[in-house]
Design a protein around this ligand. Structure first.
Ligand SMILES: [Zn+2]
Length: 394
């Protein structure tokens, strides 16, 4: 059966032939990604399929797509998944960041609080010139991330300054970030989060908290989170991790998930992940909603490497390939409205696609305490298609 687009395209080709009386040739598609294992968690699809693209949209996902195409991408033996979405990065710190993560298959990113009100223009400028969609969270600390701690000086958690910055940049600021660890906010953690919510509530925006190693008990902080907010670094080891010494997830954490708070990995390089804590949390079944890298320009030289690598770290704890893909695509698309039409290969959706290879073998994965585990499979980025165009390999 021809779909509507194909029908009109075929009809147009026929008309052109009649009109010119010549052998007309109209490519039905601009690109067909052939023969890959297509995993689209938005429709629970996991099967060998072709993916056809016309212009910047997905045109068909079928077993064997006939028809002409301007370009073919051979994906046999590879995974074909929606473009990856990374909701906790620091891409906004570097003008080359977005292009780098695009090579990793990331077709949408959020800079999670690199800057506050004073210099938010810098991260927004990077987002504006990004090849893929990029947006920023404003750090409630007006000077952004500081080595001495963003909000150790509580005056930096300036509600008025943050509100003004958001009002002037509604198109690029998609939430408020509150970093709450003892070396970032000290004793101020609860008040900093309260102020972040005060700012966010004026604009109906989510707050993302950076949890772990706080002074206030986590349960007390959880009570300030509303539906749609995000907790990043959910695997942070004690003090104040999401799990108690007896192996139980805190009741306030369970309640937060029930009311629609999201829990994100936020891999990063320091403090946020330790295998023993991860094992205990995974065992309870309280799994992350999303993977994210907490990306910085040195990611490839650290245990982060790239989002596909971070998405491979939980296979040894029982996560399946499909579940990992969902957490790097569809789940992330539900959190921020600018990503709502992404994370899917539905016909008509923007044609953002990541081609990954699932290699089998022995792979070493690092936590943030230099502990290694060995896994037997790992995702590697092979190719990225953004808005229907294949991204040239760097
Ligand atoms: Zn971060």
């Amino acid at each position: 059966m021809l779909n509507r687009r194909q029908f009109f395209s075929a009809a147009a080709a026929g008309a052109a032939m009649l009109a010119r009386g010549t052998k007309a040739f109209a490519a039905t598609y601009d690109l067909i990604i052939r023969g890959g294992r297509v995993i689209d968690p938005s429709v629970r699809l996991d099967a060998i399929r072709d993916v056809a693209i016309s212009g910047n949209r997905i045109a068909a996902v079928e077993a064997a797509i006939a028809g002409d195409t301007a370009e073919t991408l051979d994906a046999r033996g590879k995974l074909v998944v929606p473009g990856l979405l990374d909701i906790h990065t620091h891409c906004g710190r570097s003008p080359v960041g977005p292009a780098k993560v695009l090579q990793d298959g990331v077709t949408g990113w959020v800079d999670a609080g690199s800057q506050g009100a004073d210099r938010i223009g810098e991260t927004i400028a990077v987002a504006r010139s990004s090849p893929q969609q990029g947006r920023v969270l404003i750090n409630i600390g007006r000077a952004g991330i500081l080595p001495e701690g963003d909000t150790m000086d509580l005056a930096r958690a300036d509600v008025g300054a943050a509100r003004e910055a958001i009002a002037a940049n509604r198109d690029f600021i998609v939430g408020v970030k509150a970093r709450l660890s003892r070396d970032v906010a000290g004793q101020n953690d609860y008040e900093v989060l309260r102020r972040a919510q005060e700012v966010a509530s004026s604009f109906n925006l989510p707050v993302m908290i950076h949890m772990g190693q706080t002074i206030s008990p986590l349960g007390k902080l959880m009570d300030l989170l509303k539906r749609g907010d995000v907790v990043t670094h959910l695997f942070a080891p004690p003090p104040n991790s999401i799990i108690d010494d007896g192996g139980h997830i805190l009741p306030e954490v369970l309640a937060a998930r029930r009311r629609g708070v999201w829990f994100d990995v936020g891999n990063g390089q320091t403090g946020h992940m330790r295998w023993d804590t991860i094992a205990a949390i995974m065992k309870t079944g309280f799994w992350p909603d999303t993977f994210s890298t907490d990306w910085n320009t040195n990611a490839h030289e650290t245990g982060v490497i790239d989002l596909p690598n971070c998405m491979s770290k939980l296979f040894g704890y029982g996560m399946t390939v499909d579940e990992a893909v969902a957490r790097g695509t569809f789940n992330a698309s539900r959190i921020f409205p600018f990503l709502n039409d992404r994370g899917t290969l539905n016909v008509g959706a923007p044609a953002d696609v990541a081609v990954l290879e699932l290699r089998k073998g022995k792979f070493e994965f690092l936590d943030n305490f230099n502990n290694k585990i060995t896994g037997n499979q790992r995702f590697f980025p092979i190719a990225t298609v953004l808005a229907g165009k294949r991204v040239p390999h760097a």
